[in-house]
Design a protein around this ligand. Structure first.
Ligand SMILES: Cc1cc2nc3c(=O)[nH]c(=O)nc-3n(C[C@H](O)[C@H](O)[C@H](O)COP(=O)(O)OP(=O)(O)OC[C@H]3O[C@@H](n4cnc5c(N)ncnc54)[C@H](O)[C@@H]3O)c2cc1C
Length: 375
């Protein structure tokens, strides 16, 4: 789907919803959250942050071509297709039917590159320490949120815009193929503390309309807030689907931790091209000190009976952090999940369960819902 078509579709979808003055169901059962605190599944991931933004760049190491593609922080899923397109574009003249591409990493960035190369009949092998779901790409939600990609430099801005546009175009093309788990979703931000410009971080482009409601159209709510349409990439479907597609194309995945990029490339043939999508691993693999971890936690209530009305209907975001809640029933194996998040701890590389993070998020949810319905 072309981007203008996608935006038109989203706008039409929004107009339809608003015209019908749809009333959305109440958010997940507060008594479940209240009574089952301690029974949820707590998962943790380390986002690959990078000072100065992500790195998509060619480097010649020991006379081999290496394309770096890492450091996407909290928006790596959002920008993965555009980043893969840009990475491949940088070595377009070197790619031919004799090329051998080695992709380091099986996160969303590595798999996207491998998928696009394989579709062009390039010989690809993935080398990776870990695979889905044991990587941050298996933890991400993921909501469309290219939130801090901007630059004062005109050329960089154009490049970032192109990556964003290519990503939106790509995901837009998957919206009607339900097996990928990409869908339009309504975002409710029931607070006046978030500025409209901040809500825009979660939207496909500035022109996406944001509606202010004096009272949000959610059953039982009496507070005002913003509503906008955006995209949701359900990684519990998107990641396995990418893996399946690669398997169908007989792409080899070798499980191996690389210790040194220069030593590794020495072992390769001259016409090999390496794509380094090692996420946080790039900090050590390429000795890039600008890379840093950003801890994120999700608190998941599995096997929930989710009202069909609530099924994938909206994402609720509240508070200054902000915290957020969404439901996931699109994966047929799961009866349904309530998922809560909002942890964004820069510099924290720990992945152990720290129960106070989920307790904080869930408490803030309960407080928020209480205040949203009684004000
Ligand atoms: C709670 C949470 C919520 C999030 N929500 C969103 C969201 O709503 N929207 C969004 O866009 N993003 C979101 N993110 C961020 C997103 O998850 C990341 O930006 C993205 O997954 C990064 O993908 P990646 O492929 O670059 O890295 P990874 O998924 O970390 O993949 C890196 C790969 O490299 C491999 N590797 C690393 N080192 C080596 C080595 N030395 N040798 C071999 N292999 C190596 C790893 O094993 C792994 O397979 C969220 C993250 C968290 C934690």
């Amino acid at each position: 789907m072309h981007i203008t078509v996608l935006i038109t579709t989203i706008l039409a979808f929004t107009a339809q919803l608003h015209a019908a003055e749809k009333l959305y169901p109440s958010p997940p059962n507060q008594s479940v959250v209240q009574n089952e605190i301690g029974k949820y599944r707590h998962i943790v991931g380390s986002r690959p942050g990078r000072e100065g933004g992500f790195r998509i760049e060619v480097e010649i190491i020991n006379s081999k071509t290496v394309v770096h593609n890492y450091g996407h922080g909290g928006y790596g899923v959002t920008l993965s297709p555009g980043s893969a397109i840009e990475s491949i574009r940088l070595v377009e003249e070197k790619l031919n039917d004799k090329s051998k591409a080695i992709v380091i990493g099986a996160g969303v960035n590595g798999l996207s590159i491998a998928y696009m190369l394989a579709k062009r009949n390039i010989d690809v092998e993935i080398i990776t320490k870990d695979t889905y779901p044991n990587i941050v790409s298996g933890v991400a939600a993921a909501l469309w949120n290219p939130y801090d990609i901007s630059s004062s430099d005109e050329k960089t801005s154009q490049r970032l815009y192109q990556i964003q546009t290519d990503s939106l175009d790509w995901f837009g093309g998957l919206v009607n193929e339900s097996s990928w788990g990409v869908r339009p979703v309504e975002l409710f931000v029931p607070t006046e503390r978030l500025l409209v410009s901040e809500v825009h971080f979660f939207l496909p482009f500035e022109q996406t309309p944001i509606k202010w409601h004096k009272t949000l159209p959610i059953e039982g709510f009496s507070i005002g807030g913003y509503q906008a349409s955006t995209l949701f990439i359900d990684t519990s479907m998107y990641m396995p689907k990418l893996m399946d597609e690669l398997k169908k194309m007989h792409i080899k995945v070798t499980q191996r931790e690389l210790k040194s990029l220069p030593d590794f490339v020495k072992t390769l043939d001259d016409d090999s091209i390496v794509f380094n999508a090692s996420g946080l691993g790039a900090k050590w693999l390429t000795a890039d000190d600008a890379v840093y971890p950003i801890r994120g936690d999700l608190c998941i209530f599995d096997d929930q009976k989710i009202s069909p009305k609530l099924k994938n209907d909206y994402i609720l975001m509240w508070g200054e952090r902000p915290d957020y809640m969404f439901t996931r029933v699109s994966n047929e194996q799961q009866q349904g999940q309530f998922i809560f998040g909002g942890v964004y701890e820069a510099g924290d590389d720990s992945r152990d369960i720290k129960s106070h993070y989920c307790e904080r998020t869930l408490k803030s949810y309960l407080d928020f819902v209480k205040s949203a319905s009684t004000e």
